[in-house]
Design a protein around this ligand. Structure first.
Ligand SMILES: Nc1ncnc2c1ncn2[C@@H]1O[C@H](COP(=O)(O)OP(=O)(O)OP(=O)(O)O)[C@@H](O)[C@H]1O
Ligand SMILES: N[C@@H](CCO)C(=O)O
Length: 323
């Protein structure tokens, strides 16, 4: 097939950064059970004119109007730079971003755009020029792009969004992220209240130092959770899903969060937490019936604007995928 008459579209899913116990080091990709595409789609087509970027979709208007300020454009620039370093010739492309994800939502919105763009470009070049970057090289590029947005490298959204499942960030640049066994039978209710919280602002409220007892709790909760994942011990895993690093300092940014958390916990949720830097709340449930009940409650009690939504999700084990 000629490079000039076809296009590649890639979907990249929402994710729960931190998963309460793993600040900046754990992330879980999720997908709504009703088949809704909760994530962004980027399409790449060859063009004979100059490079271009078109933005459409429900949340397009929330993005900067100049294409140079859209992270998808930065992805194209870094990708082309890397192509040249690999002695490959970039071609002109027309990019389209279908911005389905609310910005500043805690669902990994910028990660969805970054991953969809870089995977779409990589797939495009693989199919039509027989060249592609290895997964780890592409993952590093996604980390650089995420850092450009939030001010520090953290892979807890981009890694699960790209690779799927529950990912643990490893401080080894040859590994970066490792897949952990997750609990595929659980349901994750995701409630986005319809307001925006910037990741940078939610990082700025965190202390620069922590007490020894917080340090011990953090290490113990994360280690116990990872061990429980490997043993598939669901009750142990979710019993320690407590965040001592970020949640205590971020609840003030999240109207109705504390009351919702208390209610859902009292009603038997396996765990409740802030997705990424918020404002999305996630609630882990054992059964679909319980998840649907909590979804209705969150719809009535956690949402604040008409832009808000609630989805009952499961783990997305696939990650970024060509449509
Ligand atoms: N394609 C894009 N998608 C999302 N944000 C973008 C994009 N391009 C540029 N931006 C800008 O990047 C910033 C993203 O902010 P932030 O990191 O708080 O949001 P986020 O990635 O949506 O957060 P979260 O991970 O909590 O969902 C905003 O200022 C937004 O205008
Ligand atoms: N780990 C990040 C996730 C948001 O992108 C944070 O909590 O600040």
């Amino acid at each position: 097939m000629s490079i000039h008459n076809t296009s590649i579209s890639v979907f990249a899913p929402a994710s729960i950064g931190n998963l309460s116990v793993g600040f900046d080091v754990l992330g879980l990709a999720v997908k709504p059970i009703d088949g809704t595409l909760l994530g962004d789609v980027v399409t790449v087509s060859a063009t004979t004119a100059a490079n271009s970027l078109t933005v459409k979709g429900e949340f397009a208007a929330k993005l900067p109007s100049k294409k140079e300020d859209n992270i998808v454009w930065s992805c194209l620039l870094i990708f082309n730079e890397q192509l040249l370093k690999a002695e490959q010739s970039p071609v002109f492309v027309a990019l389209t971003l279908d911005k389905k994800m609310p910005v500043g939502s805690g669902l990994g919105s910028s990660a969805c755009s970054v991953v969809a763009a870089l995977v779409a470009l990589n797939t495009f070049y693989a199919k039509y020029q027989g060249f592609s970057f290895a997964k780890n090289v592409l993952l590093k590029m996604t980390g650089q792009m995420e850092a450009k947005i939030s001010g520090s490298i953290h892979y807890d959204n981009v890694a699960p969004c790209y690779l799927g499942g529950l990912q643990l960030m490893v401080p080894d640049e040859n590994v970066i992220s490792r897949l952990l066994p997750s609990f595929d039978d659980c349901f994750y209710v995701m409630a986005y209240p319809g307001i925006s919280v910037s990741t940078k602002a939610a990082r700025d409220v965190l202390p620069t130092e922590y007490s020894r007892s917080d340090l011990i709790s953090f290490g113990q909760n994360l280690a116990t959770f990872v061990d429980a994942c490997h043993r598939q011990d669901k009750s142990q895993a979710f019993a320690v899903l407590t965040d001592v690093v970020a949640e205590p300092y971020r609840t003030d940014l999240l109207p109705r969060y504390q009351a919702s958390r208390d209610y859902l916990t009292a009603q038997g949720a396996l765990a409740v937490g802030i997705s990424g830097s918020g404002p999305t709340l996630f609630c882990v449930c054992d059964s679909e019936q319980q998840a649907q009940k909590f979804a209705l409650w969150l719809q009535d009690n956690y949402l604040q604007t008409a832009l808000g939504f609630v989805h009952v999700c499961k783990v997305d084990n696939v990650g970024a995928t060509e449509l």
